[in-house]
Design a protein around this ligand. Structure first.
Ligand code: ZLM
Ligand code: CA
Ligand code: ZN
Length: 388
């Protein structure tokens, strides 16, 4: 078999929606769609838009909202979708009733102006990326506005309203027999895990902080799937302060035998950037290079790949990571010095570097060598069950 990397350029498609970046969760809310604007400026500043296939997703132009809603309804309930859709017409009273009845935290998941359109935007952009993989038009398809892994069938959770990942994977299952989902957001990918907990056709693995009431408080090592899905789910619980070397070493030593055994036809990688050092909500110490090394490693496996965003609450760092990873997808190493006429350049002070060093004010690494070793040994044991 020919080696893709050496014989021809990796076919990368970049899926974006110009409207998504304009939405606001509220003045002090940590989730800022503005980070997508920074990301897009960096990517175009480095000229990456010239080497990828660009897909501008536009709800109006597609005029396929019915088709889109049908795909959403393969996961979410009709009642919940109707609630989201009618938010603008319904009275505040009725909305409050639904929120209370379904135990929804409206601080984490506020109802903001244009919420339904925002949800359709990021979901249709993920479906656009999935479609180019289904049609074998790309080797790697990217949607940085997607990756909202907490949303549940009946309700929003943790800043996520529609689960674009689950909706996308359900669509991909029409053409692909086995899909591997990898999640490097600092939070547990609970919504995706739960959706595919009973099936062997989607393997889910999440790396995350676990313990001390950290949201969403699931993702223990012991959660490994049930019924047909038994052993087709892995969790890698970690503690504060993990650094590049330890994280990437653990990542590679698990993903490598997992891909060997499961032999996925496609990989969906959620690249949540809240696992970077200095994140407003996160407590890990990954650098842009360490985070990107996970993407580089997954790319090197030569399996069709979908790259999605996710968390990330220090916007200039989020954009650095996702721009760097867009470069990796295209086999390009980007120069450290940021582009000259970059909009919002002051956000990147004082270093103006794509790869800033972590300073001294980082959290101590609480993951001891023995803890990480024990975790790895247990995970490798789980993977051995796959060979039957
Ligand atoms: N309170 N404002 C990650 C999702 C993490 C649940 C504790 C809400 C916040 C957080 C919201 C402005 C992904 C929890 C938090 C306050 C109950 C979480 C609004 C600050 C603010 O200042 C804030 C008024 C808000 C929310 C902090 N919420 C920090 N952590 C988590 C959800 C999503 O990255 O994985 C994927 C996109 N929620 O810890 C509480 C238990 C609600
Ligand atoms: Ca995760
Ligand atoms: Zn997160």
């Amino acid at each position: 078999e020919l080696n893709n990397n050496l014989t021809h350029k990796t076919r990368v498609s970049y899926h974006r929606n110009a409207d998504t970046i304009n939405y606001h969760y509220g003045p002090f809310h940590p989730m800022k769609p503005f980070r997508l604007r920074l990301t897009d400026h960096l990517i175009t500043g480095y000229g990456l838009h010239n080497v990828m296939d660009l897909y501008e997703v536009d709800l109006e132009q597609n005029n396929n909202i019915n088709l889109l809603e049908n795909k959403i309804l393969k996961f979410h309930s009709k009642e919940y979708l109707t609630f989201l859709k009618n938010l603008n017409d319904n009275s505040d009273q009725e909305n409050k009733k639904y929120l209370i009845k379904n135990d929804i935290d409206d601080n984490d998941c506020p109802i903001f102006h244009g919420l339904y359109r925002y949800c359709l935007n990021y979901t249709s952009t993920t479906l656009s990326a999935i479609e180019s993989i289904k049609q074998n038009k790309s080797d790697i398809a990217i949607n940085w506005s997607g990756g909202l892994h907490h949303a549940k069938k009946f309700k929003p959770s943790g800043f996520c309203y529609l689960n674009d990942i689950v909706i996308g994977i359900l669509d991909l299952l029409k053409t692909h027999a086995r899909i591997l989902y990898i999640d490097i957001d600092i939070h547990h990918g609970d919504g995706v895990q739960e959706a595919f907990y009973l099936t062997d056709r989607v393997f889910t693995i999440s790396f995350h902080k676990y313990g001390g009431y950290f949201f969403p408080m699931t993702g223990a090592l012991q959660e490994t799937g049930v019924e047909k899905g038994k052993n087709y789910c892995l969790n890698v619980p970690l503690m504060d302060g993990i650094k590049d070397f330890e994280y990437t070493q653990l990542f590679k030593s698990i993903i490598s035998p997992l891909v060997e055994s499961y032999n996925p036809e496609c990989i969906v990688l959620q690249c949540g950037a809240d696992s970077l050092g200095y994140d407003r909500l996160g407590t890990f110490n990954l650098t842009v290079k360490g985070h990107g090394e996970c993407v580089k490693f997954v790319k090197s496996l030569g399996v069709p790949l979908v790259l999605l965003g996710g968390g990330g609450y220090t916007p200039p760092n989020v954009s650095r990571a996702w721009c760097y990873e867009t470069g990796i997808a295209n086999d390009l190493i980007l120069r450290e010095k940021l582009p000259e006429n970059l909009p919002f350049k002051k956000y990147y002070s004082p270093d103006y570097s794509l790869y800033p060093e972590l300073g001294d004010s980082i959290l101590t690494d609480l993951n001891s060598k023995t803890f990480l070793n024990d975790t790895r040994i247990r995970l490798l044991e789980q993977i051995r069950y796959l060979q039957g």
